[in-house]
Design a protein around this ligand. Structure first.
Ligand code: PEP
Ligand code: MN
Length: 378
C-alpha cells in the first residue's frame, strides 16, 4: 500500500501519518518528490484502518499494490480463504482427503513398474509416479529414462506406467521436460504432468502447459524465493488454467548434510497465507536421505501440505536413479499409515488455528487503553 500525500501536505501531516503507521506496527519508507510525498507501507495491509488513514489531513489517496501473481494468490475473505481442489484422474487433491503420490524415480522396465505399482497400491497410496524421461545433472550418468531416445521410446515408456496404474487402479503422475511432448503425454493417458525442479522456470514449457487440460504439479525451483516461484506458477495459470498443485521439494542453502533443504516455512506460507492451491511436499528430493523422508513428510503435512510426493521402489538398491532416497516397500507402508494419522490430526488442530487478522482487529480497539495500563509513565 502506498499513501499518496497531497501537493499541499505539510511536513507535520506527513510525520503524523508515519507516526500513526508505526504505532500500528508497520514499517514505512518515504519518497519525497518535487510535488508530492509518497509513503510506502510494509506489512500485512489487510488489517490497516484504511478509511481512518484516508481521512487524515494531507492524504490525497491510498494506492493499493496488489500481488504480482493473482490467480495463484489466496482469494476470498482472509479469515476464510477459498481453497481449490485439483482432480488427478479420480483422485481429488486439496479436499477432505490426503493424497499420496508414490512410486520410483524412474520407470525402468515393465516388471519393475508393475511391482512398484503393486507396492504403492498395497501401501495405500493414491497415485503412481515415475519418470519416463529423466533430467540428469551429469551427462555421463548413463541413464536418462526409457523414453529419452525419441518420441516413440517416450510413447512406449508412458504406456508402461499408464498400464501399471490402470492395473492397480491408480492415476499416474509423470514428469514432462519438453513442450513438444505434451500431446504425447495426453494421448498416452497420463493423469497429471509434473514440472520438475530444473524446469520450474522453463518459459516455453510453462507457456505450453497453459493449454493442457491435465493437472500440473509444479515443483519449486531450488533457488526461487516464494514470490518468484508463484510468479512462474502464475504463468501456467495466466490464461485461465486452474488445476495446478504447488510443490516444495527443497531449496539450496548452506546445509550440506541433506541433498536440499526442505523449506517447511514456505509450505506453511503457501497454505496459510499466500495461495489457495493445494500444496505438495516432496521430502524424497527435499532430503535425499531415505531415513529422513518419514519425519519430513509428516512435518510437511502439519505445515500445510495436503499432497505427499514420495519415491519408493520394489528394491531401491537396484534402482537406476535416486535409489539412495527411495523407500523400501515396508517403509512406504509405514509412511502412508503415519501420514493418514497426521492428516487426521492436522484437520483437527486446524480448528484451533486462530488467524492473527481476527485478533488484531479486536486488540487494535484496545491499544490506547492498554498503552495507558502497561506504560503509565508514558
Ligand atoms: C523427480 O521427481 O524424480 C525429480 C527429479 O524431482 P525434482 O525435479 O524435484 O528434482
Ligand atoms: Mn528422483
Amino acid at each position: 500500500m502506498i499513501v499518496k500525500m497531497s501537493s499541499i501536505a505539510t511536513d507535520a501531516e506527513v510525520t503524523a501519518i508515519e507516526t500513526k503507521l508505526h504505532a500500528l506496527g508497520y514499517k514505512t519508507g518515504k519518497m519525497i518528490g518535487e510535488q508530492v510525498t509518497l509513503i510506502g507501507v510494509y506489512g500485512d495491509i489487510s488489517r490497516l484502518p484504511q478509511e481512518e488513514l484516508a481521512e487524515m489531513p494531507g492524504v490525497e489517496r491510498l494506492i493499493p499494490i496488489s500481488r504480482a501473481y493473482k490467480r495463484a494468490a489466496q482469494k476470498g475473505d482472509p479469515l476464510h480463504p477459498m481453497r481449490s481442489t485439483v482432480a488427478i484422474g479420480s483422485v481429488v487433491a486439496g479436499g477432505d482427503d490426503l493424497t499420496v503420490v508414490a512410486g520410483p524415480c524412474s520407470v525402468e522396465s515393465e516388471p519393475q513398474i508393475m511391482e512398484a505399482a503393486r507396492i504403492v497400491r498395497e501401501a495405500g497410496a493414491n497415485c503412481l509416479r515415475g519418470g519416463v524421461v529423466k533430467y540428469r545433472s551429469s551427462p555421463y550418468s548413463g541413464w536418462e529414462g526409457l523414453g529419452s531416445t525419441d518420441q516413440e521410446s517416450l510413447r512406449r515408456g508412458l504406456a508402461l506406467i499408464v498400464k501399471a496404474g490402470r492395473e492397480f487402479g491408480m492415476p499416474t503422475v509423470v514428469e514432462i521436460l519438453d513442450p513438444a511432448d505434451v500431446s504425447v503425454y495426453e494421448d498416452a493417458g497420463v493423469a497429471c504432468l509434473q514440472v520438475g525442479e530444473p524446469n520450474s522456470k522453463n518459459q516455453a514449457l510453462l507457456n505450453r502447459l497453459r493449454e493442457t487440460p491435465l493437472p500440473i504439479i509444479h515443483k519449486r525451483g531450488n533457488s526461487l524465493d516464494t514470490e518468484a516461484y508463484l510468479l512462474w506458477v502464475e504463468r501456467v495459470m495466466s490464461a485461465g488454467k486452474e488445476n495446478v498443485i504447488l510443490c516444495e521439494r527443497g531449496i539450496t542453502s548452506c546445509n550440506r548434510y541433506t541433498r536440499n533443504t526442505l523449506d517447511l516455512g514456505s509450505v506453511a506460507a503457501f497454505h496459510y497465507q499466500l495461495s489457495g492451491l493445494p500444496v505438495a511436499v516432496d521430502a524424497s528430493h527435499g532430503t535425499g536421505i531415505r531415513d529422513l523422508v518419514f519425519p519430513l513428510s509428516l512435518a510437511g503435512i502439519m505445515a500445510g501440505a495436503s499432497v505427499v510426493l514420495v519415491e519408493a521402489h520394489p528394491n531401491p538398491l537396484v534402482a537406476k536413479s535416486d535409489g539412495f532416497q527411495g523407500l523400501f516397500p515396508e517403509q512406504l507402508r509405514g509412511l502412508v499409515k503415519a501420514a493418514q494419522e497426521v492428516w487426521r490430526v492436522r484437520k483437527e488442530t486446524d480448528r484451533d488455528y486462530v488467524s492473527t487478522l481476527a485478533l488484531e482487529r479486536a486488540y487494535e480497539a484496545r491499544m490506547q487503553d492498554d498503552r495507558r495500563r502497561f506504560f503509565p509513565q508514558g
